[in-house]
Design a protein around this ligand. Structure first.
Ligand SMILES: [Zn+2]
Length: 223
C-alpha cells in the first residue's frame, strides 16, 4: 500500500456504508452483507405502459435504508459504487437479453440540484452504465416543480409528475433506454419519464432503481 493511501486511511478510514463500522477493505461489512434485504425474487418491481419493466436489487429498509441515505444526502461515492454494481447485476439477471443503447436517469429539479450539488440518480446511472459497458447520457430535464413526491399520498403521485419532464438535448429516436432512479415507490416517476422518452422517439424504456419501498405491491399494467 502506498504511503499516501496509508495516510488517507489513517485519517479517513473506509467505513461500512450501512452501519459505519471501520473496514479494512470493501464497502459493506460482513455482518451487514449477510443481512441485506434483497428484492431479487420480486423482480420486476414495476410494469408500466411506457416503462415496460423495472428492477431493483433491494428493498428500501434496514441496512439499505441507511446506505441509501448516504447515497442521497451524504454524497457518498462508495455508496454510489455499491448500488451501481448491484443495479447492473440486477439488469443482467432481471432484464436478460435486452440490448440497451444507453443509460439515462430521472432528472432533479434545478433548484434542488443547486442546493444539493449532485443528483444521486445521475450518479447511479453513470456508474451502472460503466458496469454495463453502455454510454450514460442525460436526456431528461424537469420542466415543472413537483415538490417532494415521496411525501404525497399514493393516489396523487401520478398526477403530481404529469408533464413534469421533457427530453432535452439528446436524440433518443430508435433507442432502447435503461432509465435509472434511486428509490422506487409507485413507479409514477419512471412511468412519466418513460412516456416522455417514447414521445421523443425511444423504442423501448426499462427501469432500474437502487431500492424499492415496501409501501405496496407492484402496480398493475396501465394504471
Ligand atoms: Zn456494516
Amino acid at each position: 500500500m502506498r504511503v499516501w493511501e496509508r495516510v488517507r486511511r489513517a485519517l479517513l478510514p473506509d467505513r461500512c456504508i450501512c452501519c459505519g463500522t471501520v473496514l479494512q477493505q470493501g464497502t459493506v461489512c460482513e455482518a451487514c452483507r449477510r443481512d441485506l434485504p434483497r428484492a431479487t425474487g420480486t423482480n420486476p418491481v414495476f410494469c408500466g405502459r411506457f416503462c415496460k419493466r423495472a428492477v431493483a436489487p433491494f428493498y428500501y429498509k434496514d441496512h439499505i435504508r441507511a446506505a441509501a441515505r448516504r447515497l442521497k444526502y451524504k454524497n457518498s461515492m462508495p455508496a454510489v459504487a455499491f448500488f451501481a454494481e448491484e443495479m447492473a447485476h440486477e439488469v443482467r439477471t432481471g432484464l436478460p437479453g435486452i440490448r440497451f443503447d444507453l443509460v439515462t436517469n430521472v432528472p432533479m429539479e434545478a433548484a434542488q440540484l443547486r442546493r444539493r450539488g449532485y443528483n444521486p440518480a445521475a450518479r447511479l446511472a453513470r456508474e451502472s452504465a460503466k458496469c454495463l459497458g453502455l454510454p450514460w447520457i442525460e436526456t431528461l430535464r424537469q420542466v415543472r416543480r413537483t415538490g417532494r413526491q415521496h411525501t404525497l399520498p399514493e393516489g396523487l403521485r401520478a398526477a403530481n409528475v404529469t408533464d413534469a419532464y421533457a427530453v432535452a438535448g439528446a436524440d433518443v429516436r430508435g433507442k432502447t433506454v435503461l432509465l435509472a432512479d434511486d428509490i422506487l415507490t409507485t413507479g409514477s416517476t419512471l412511468e412519466e419519464c418513460a412516456k416522455m422518452l417514447q414521445a421523443a422517439g425511444a423504442t423501448q424504456v426499462y427501469g432500474v432503481c437502487a431500492a424499492r419501498t415496501l409501501l405496496r405491491r407492484r402496480r398493475k399494467r396501465g394504471r
